[in-house]
Write a protein that binds this ligand. Sequence first.
Ligand code: FMN
Length: 165
Amino acid sequence: MRNLIIYGTKYGCTAECANKLAASLEGQTDVLNVEQNATIDVSVYDRIIIGSSVYMGQINKKLKKFIEEHLAKLLGKETVIFICCSLPDNFNDVLAANFPEQLLANTMEKTFVGGRLDIDKMKLVDRTIAKLMSKQKGDVAPVAGILYDVIEDLAKRLNEHSKGA
Ligand SMILES: Cc1cc2nc3c(=O)[nH]c(=O)nc-3n(C[C@H](O)[C@H](O)[C@H](O)COP(=O)(O)O)c2cc1C
C-alpha cells in the first residue's frame, strides 16, 4: 500500500497531525505540504489522505485547488479526509462547503483530529481572532488540542483495511 498524505496548514498543527498519522501507517507513506508542491503525480499512490485546517469555515485554498484539479484521479483511489480545527459541531457543514460531493461520497473516512491555536506564531489579525475564540490571553490557547488517540485509531483502521483489501 502506497499512501500520500497531502495537507494544508497555516501554523503547523495540521503538519503535526499529518506526520503523526504517517508514523503510524504501514506501507510506504509520503507526506506533502500542498504549499510546497501541488504538482505531484497522484496516480502512483493507492490511497490519498487529504488533511487541512479551517479558517473562517474554509480549508486551505491551494488544497481546494489541488482537489479540483485532481478530482477525476482522486475518485479512482481510496481517499481519506482529516480536518484540524476548533469545533467539530459543524464538521459536516465544513465538509460540504469545502469538498466536492462526489469526493465526499467516495471517501472512506472523514475525521476530526482536534486543533490548536498557536498564538505565538500568529499574525496580528489571526492572533486577535484566536484570542476572541479562546476567550483567554495566554500564550498558547488550547482548543481541543491534537487528538492523538483519534489519529492513532484512524491509522489502525486504515492498516486493518489495507490487510483486508
Ligand atoms: C483566525 C482564525 C480563524 C479560524 N477559523 C476557524 C473556523 O472557521 N472553524 C474552525 O473550526 N476552526 C477555526 N480556527 C481554528 C484553526 O482551524 C485551528 O487552530 C487549527 O488547529 C489550525 O491548524 P494549522 O496550524 O494547521 O493551520 C481558526 C483559527 C484562527 C486563528
